[in-house]
Write a protein that binds this ligand. Sequence first.
Ligand code: VGL
Ligand code: ZN
Length: 184
Amino acid sequence: MSNEKKRALIVVDVQNDFCPGGALAVPRGDEVVAPLNNLIEEFLSRGEPVYKSRDWHPQRTKHFAAYGGTWPVHCVQGTQGAEFHPELSDDPRIETISKGMGDEDNYSAFDGTDLAKRLREQAIEEVWVGGLATDYCVKNTVLDALKEGFKVKAVEEAMRAVELQPGDNERAIEEMKRGGAEIV
Ligand code: VGL
Ligand code: ZN
Protein backbone atom coordinates (compact mmCIF):
# COMPACT_ATOMS: atom_id res chain seq x y z
CA MET A 1 0.00 0.00 0.00
CA SER A 2 1.20 3.50 -0.74
CA ASN A 3 2.06 5.62 2.27
CA GLU A 4 0.77 8.78 0.60
CA LYS A 5 -1.95 10.57 2.51
CA LYS A 6 -5.39 10.57 1.02
CA ARG A 7 -6.06 14.17 0.05
CA ALA A 8 -8.95 16.42 -0.90
CA LEU A 9 -9.03 20.02 -2.18
CA ILE A 10 -11.41 22.59 -0.70
CA VAL A 11 -11.98 25.72 -2.80
CA VAL A 12 -13.61 28.29 -0.52
CA ASP A 13 -16.19 30.81 -1.80
CA VAL A 14 -14.68 31.88 -5.14
CA GLN A 15 -17.87 33.73 -6.05
CA ASN A 16 -18.54 36.90 -8.05
CA ASP A 17 -19.52 38.97 -5.01
CA PHE A 18 -16.08 38.36 -3.43
CA CYS A 19 -14.24 39.36 -6.62
CA PRO A 20 -13.52 42.87 -7.95
CA GLY A 21 -16.84 44.50 -8.94
CA GLY A 22 -18.79 42.33 -6.49
CA ALA A 23 -20.87 43.38 -3.48
CA LEU A 24 -18.18 42.41 -0.95
CA ALA A 25 -15.13 42.54 -3.16
CA VAL A 26 -11.88 41.14 -1.79
CA PRO A 27 -8.98 43.15 -3.20
CA ARG A 28 -7.38 41.10 -6.01
CA GLY A 29 -9.76 38.27 -5.17
CA ASP A 30 -9.81 37.12 -8.79
CA GLU A 31 -6.07 36.33 -8.61
CA VAL A 32 -6.88 33.09 -6.77
CA VAL A 33 -8.59 31.64 -9.84
CA ALA A 34 -5.47 30.67 -11.82
CA PRO A 35 -3.61 28.88 -9.00
CA LEU A 36 -6.83 27.18 -7.89
CA ASN A 37 -7.52 25.97 -11.43
CA ASN A 38 -4.06 24.37 -11.45
CA LEU A 39 -4.82 22.63 -8.16
CA ILE A 40 -8.27 21.52 -9.34
CA GLU A 41 -6.73 19.94 -12.42
CA GLU A 42 -3.99 18.25 -10.40
CA PHE A 43 -6.42 16.77 -7.88
CA LEU A 44 -8.99 15.61 -10.45
CA SER A 45 -6.35 14.06 -12.68
CA ARG A 46 -5.15 12.00 -9.71
CA GLY A 47 -8.68 10.95 -8.84
CA GLU A 48 -8.67 13.04 -5.65
CA PRO A 49 -11.90 14.73 -4.57
CA VAL A 50 -12.48 18.45 -5.04
CA TYR A 51 -15.05 20.44 -3.08
CA LYS A 52 -16.19 24.00 -3.75
CA SER A 53 -17.91 25.82 -0.93
CA ARG A 54 -20.24 28.71 -1.59
CA ASP A 55 -21.70 31.42 0.62
CA TRP A 56 -25.41 30.88 -0.06
CA HIS A 57 -27.44 33.41 1.87
CA PRO A 58 -31.17 34.05 2.01
CA GLN A 59 -32.25 37.64 1.26
CA ARG A 60 -32.80 38.28 4.96
CA THR A 61 -30.21 37.06 7.43
CA LYS A 62 -28.62 38.46 10.57
CA HIS A 63 -25.30 38.05 8.72
CA PHE A 64 -26.16 41.26 6.82
CA ALA A 65 -25.73 44.76 8.32
CA ALA A 66 -29.34 45.61 7.47
CA TYR A 67 -30.51 42.92 9.95
CA GLY A 68 -27.97 43.48 12.71
CA GLY A 69 -24.85 41.83 11.30
CA THR A 70 -21.60 43.01 9.78
CA TRP A 71 -21.77 42.69 6.03
CA PRO A 72 -23.38 44.33 3.00
CA VAL A 73 -25.84 42.09 1.17
CA HIS A 74 -23.82 39.49 -0.79
CA CYS A 75 -24.08 35.99 -2.24
CA VAL A 76 -27.86 35.82 -2.13
CA GLN A 77 -29.11 32.44 -3.36
CA GLY A 78 -29.83 32.39 -7.08
CA THR A 79 -28.21 35.77 -7.88
CA GLN A 80 -25.33 36.34 -10.27
CA GLY A 81 -23.18 37.54 -7.36
CA ALA A 82 -23.54 34.14 -5.73
CA GLU A 83 -22.31 32.27 -8.81
CA PHE A 84 -18.79 30.95 -8.91
CA HIS A 85 -16.27 33.12 -10.77
CA PRO A 86 -16.83 32.37 -14.47
CA GLU A 87 -13.20 31.33 -15.01
CA LEU A 88 -13.05 28.96 -12.06
CA SER A 89 -12.83 25.43 -13.46
CA ASP A 90 -15.97 23.37 -13.36
CA ASP A 91 -16.29 19.63 -13.64
CA PRO A 92 -19.07 17.15 -12.85
CA ARG A 93 -16.80 15.43 -10.32
CA ILE A 94 -16.61 18.61 -8.18
CA GLU A 95 -19.05 18.72 -5.29
CA THR A 96 -20.61 21.96 -4.04
CA ILE A 97 -21.04 22.69 -0.34
CA SER A 98 -23.57 25.46 0.42
CA LYS A 99 -23.32 27.34 3.70
CA GLY A 100 -24.68 30.45 5.42
CA MET A 101 -28.33 29.60 4.86
CA GLY A 102 -29.45 30.69 8.33
CA ASP A 103 -28.89 33.61 10.70
CA GLU A 104 -25.46 32.46 11.88
CA ASP A 105 -22.30 33.78 10.26
CA ASN A 106 -21.18 30.25 9.20
CA TYR A 107 -17.79 31.36 7.91
CA SER A 108 -16.42 27.82 7.79
CA ALA A 109 -17.27 25.30 5.08
CA PHE A 110 -17.65 22.77 7.93
CA ASP A 111 -20.14 24.88 9.89
CA GLY A 112 -23.65 23.51 9.48
CA THR A 113 -22.63 21.27 6.55
CA ASP A 114 -21.86 17.58 6.13
CA LEU A 115 -18.36 18.21 4.74
CA ALA A 116 -16.50 16.47 7.59
CA LYS A 117 -18.72 13.41 7.24
CA ARG A 118 -18.21 13.27 3.49
CA LEU A 119 -14.43 13.56 3.86
CA ARG A 120 -14.40 10.79 6.47
CA GLU A 121 -16.51 8.55 4.27
CA GLN A 122 -13.79 8.87 1.65
CA ALA A 123 -11.04 8.24 4.25
CA ILE A 124 -9.47 11.64 3.54
CA GLU A 125 -6.55 12.46 5.86
CA GLU A 126 -5.30 15.75 4.48
CA VAL A 127 -7.10 18.76 2.97
CA TRP A 128 -5.61 21.50 0.84
CA VAL A 129 -7.43 24.82 1.19
CA GLY A 130 -7.52 28.06 -0.82
CA GLY A 131 -10.06 30.70 -1.82
CA LEU A 132 -11.76 33.75 -0.32
CA ALA A 133 -11.40 35.33 2.07
CA THR A 134 -8.20 34.48 3.96
CA ASP A 135 -9.28 36.32 7.13
CA TYR A 136 -12.84 34.91 7.28
CA CYS A 137 -14.03 31.84 5.46
CA VAL A 138 -10.63 30.39 4.56
CA LYS A 139 -9.25 30.81 8.09
CA ASN A 140 -12.34 29.34 9.74
CA THR A 141 -12.44 26.45 7.29
CA VAL A 142 -8.77 25.68 8.00
CA LEU A 143 -9.22 25.86 11.79
CA ASP A 144 -12.32 23.64 11.67
CA ALA A 145 -10.56 21.10 9.44
CA LEU A 146 -7.79 20.87 12.05
CA LYS A 147 -10.37 20.47 14.85
CA GLU A 148 -12.01 17.71 12.84
CA GLY A 149 -8.66 15.91 12.81
CA PHE A 150 -7.51 16.52 9.24
CA LYS A 151 -4.02 17.61 8.32
CA VAL A 152 -4.18 20.93 6.50
CA LYS A 153 -2.11 22.58 3.82
CA ALA A 154 -3.17 26.21 3.36
CA VAL A 155 -2.11 27.44 -0.08
CA GLU A 156 -1.06 31.06 0.46
CA GLU A 157 -0.86 32.11 -3.20
CA ALA A 158 -4.39 30.78 -3.76
CA MET A 159 -6.06 33.01 -1.12
CA ARG A 160 -6.72 36.75 -0.61
CA ALA A 161 -7.96 38.71 2.43
CA VAL A 162 -10.73 41.27 2.98
CA GLU A 163 -8.57 43.19 5.54
CA LEU A 164 -11.31 45.21 7.25
CA GLN A 165 -8.38 46.07 9.57
CA PRO A 166 -4.87 46.37 8.14
CA GLY A 167 -2.86 43.32 9.24
CA ASP A 168 -5.83 40.93 9.22
CA ASN A 169 -4.19 38.88 6.47
CA GLU A 170 -0.94 38.40 8.42
CA ARG A 171 -2.86 37.61 11.60
CA ALA A 172 -5.03 35.06 9.82
CA ILE A 173 -1.95 33.30 8.40
CA GLU A 174 -0.36 33.26 11.88
CA GLU A 175 -3.55 31.86 13.43
CA MET A 176 -3.73 29.06 10.87
CA LYS A 177 -0.06 28.23 11.52
CA ARG A 178 -0.54 28.25 15.27
CA GLY A 179 -3.53 25.95 14.86
CA GLY A 180 -1.31 23.42 13.12
CA ALA A 181 -1.79 24.17 9.43
CA GLU A 182 1.16 24.04 7.10
CA ILE A 183 1.31 27.18 4.94
CA VAL A 184 2.46 26.19 1.46
C1 VGL B 1 -17.09 35.73 3.82
C2 VGL B 1 -17.61 37.70 4.85
C3 VGL B 1 -18.95 37.39 4.83
C4 VGL B 1 -16.04 34.85 3.24
C5 VGL B 1 -18.42 35.39 3.80
O1 VGL B 1 -16.36 34.03 2.33
O2 VGL B 1 -14.87 34.96 3.66
N1 VGL B 1 -16.68 36.89 4.35
N2 VGL B 1 -19.33 36.23 4.31
ZN1 ZN C 1 -21.38 35.78 3.81
